[in-house]
Structure formats: C-alpha cells, structure tokens
Write a protein that binds this ligand. Sequence first.
Ligand code: PRP
Ligand code: ZN
Length: 300
Amino acid sequence: MKTSEQRIQIALQKSGRLTDHSLDLLAKCGLKFTKSKDQLFCFGENMPIDLLLVRDDDIPALVGDDVCDLGIAGLNVIEEKRLDRHGNDASAQFDQVFALDFGHCRLAIAAPEDAPYDGPMSLQGARIATSYPATLNKFLTQHEVDASVVIFSGAIEIMPRLGKADFICDLVSTGSTLAANQLREVQTVLESEAVIIQTRAPLPVEKQDWINRLLQRLDGVLQVRESKYVMLHAPRSALEQIVALLPGSESPTVVPLEGAGDKVAVHAVCREYVFWETLENLKSAGASSLLVLPLEKMMV
Ligand code: PRP
Ligand code: ZN
C-alpha cells in the first residue's frame, strides 16, 4: 500500500464561508498542519491526515468517487450533487456522518420586492433562475408546481433585473445579497449547514480507526461549544432551586465552604447556553460569586 493510501484525505472548501471554520474545527481536534506553497494542500504533522482545499461543489464527487475519505461541505451542495447524480430516491455514494453546527444558511426562493407571493402555487408557470436545479426541481415536484428552471451559475441575483427570470432560487445567509438587489426572500427550499461526509468505500482498519478517533474528537468539540463550567456559592437551603436553574447540567458537585456556615460551593457543567438572564435568576435564588468559565475539551 502506498503511504498516501494510508493517510486520510479530507476535502475542504478552499475559499468561502466554510473554509476558516472547517480549518478551525480540525485544529481544535488537535490536528497540526503545514500548508503547501499554493495553499491547496495541508499536510498533517501529528496525525495521518491531509487536507485538500478544493471548490465546494467538487467535494461530494471527490468523496463519492473515493478520491478523498472525508469531506466537509454545505448540505446545500451535498444534497444538490446527491440528487443530480442519482435521482430523487437513489442512495448516494457517501455517508453523511454528522452536521457540524456552522455555516448555517438556506436555499431559498426570492422575488422582486414588489412581486406578490402566496406560497408555492405562485411559482406556477414562472421562470426560476438557479444553480441548484436538482434541489429546486425536487421542491417543485413535491408541491406539484410546473415552472421552468433556468440553470445559471454566477450572479443569479441579477437575473430578474435582466428580465431573464421571475424568481431566483439561491443560497441566503445574511440576506444582504438579496437586499442589495431589491429581492425579498419568499420561500425556504432547504435549510443548510456544514456537514461531514465519508466515503462508502471500505477502508483499511487502521485508517478507519483514525477516522473514528477524529469523529469522536469532532463530536467532543461540538459538545463543548455551548457548554460552560459554572461555579457559584449558595446557601444549602436554596440548593434545589439553584440546581434546577442551571441549564442542561447533570448532578453538580457540591462542596462545603470552610467557615461559611450554611454556604456551599456548586460546580456544574452546563450543556446549554448560559444567558445573562440565567445568572440573574440564580442570583435572585440566593447564589453569589458566580463564575462562568469556557470549556475546552470534553470526552464522555
Ligand atoms: C451565496 C449566494 C449569494 C450569497 C448570499 O454564494 O450565491 O451570492 O452567498 O449570502 P448573503 O445572504 O450573506 O448575502 P456563496 O458565497 O456561497 O458562493 P458559491 O455559491 O459560489 O459557493
Ligand atoms: Zn460554490
């Protein structure tokens, strides 16, 4: 077996909304890498993992054709290529491992600001410009709408102004592209976020072991993202109420405080976001000396 076949190849978007987050996530899993001169290849220094930086649209095929073992891309791209390659209900040549909770956006239909829209039937007979024809066609079929899909790759948002389309179907994140083109979002077609996919090709045991380790670390990184370590002081009498207020925590540690009478210290991992309101409620319930600390790693 060639050395390159023993190393895990992960395809990532080379420049775009997912790039920095993807690299950051892998770095948080402990991967250290050196970038090649052309910035398109990263060699993993401390794990047998290399990164290939490519166009996001190419990621599903690279993983599906077993050129790369894993890929991180938007569900929008994954879903479009899956439908395009295999038709509506055929299985894809890769497994979607899990969603990564970043790169949230949606594939949506947008109309000129003054055009009326009352649900999918308003699309009947219309021309819709998109670079996601397969996903759009699936949506239209599901809603029994007969519309003409104008395939276009490039600045889709200018098509209505050029008189080439009545609607567009494109990715919306902040909505600023639509606003700048006097378009309004009228219909969500697909909710998207970054996901990690794995080839279906059987892999050597050692390689799969490394992939499993990486996936477990990724899961750990995702788990701690919203989690915080909360420390506070509380009168023993208020303990029950205070513990109930800690968001997403299981059996906190309770330690008596030296020379503080009835007071105890409570330490807890909160698995949900700790809002300022939570702290205010804890304080009203009798808690004091509240500390919220970030968590870096977690393995359960
Ligand atoms: C999408 C889409 C819009 C823009 C919308 O393109 O085509 O141009 O993002 O984002 P906004 O709502 O924040 O303004 P993207 O940058 O993902 O490029 P790509 O589709 O070519 O990969
Ligand atoms: Zn793209």
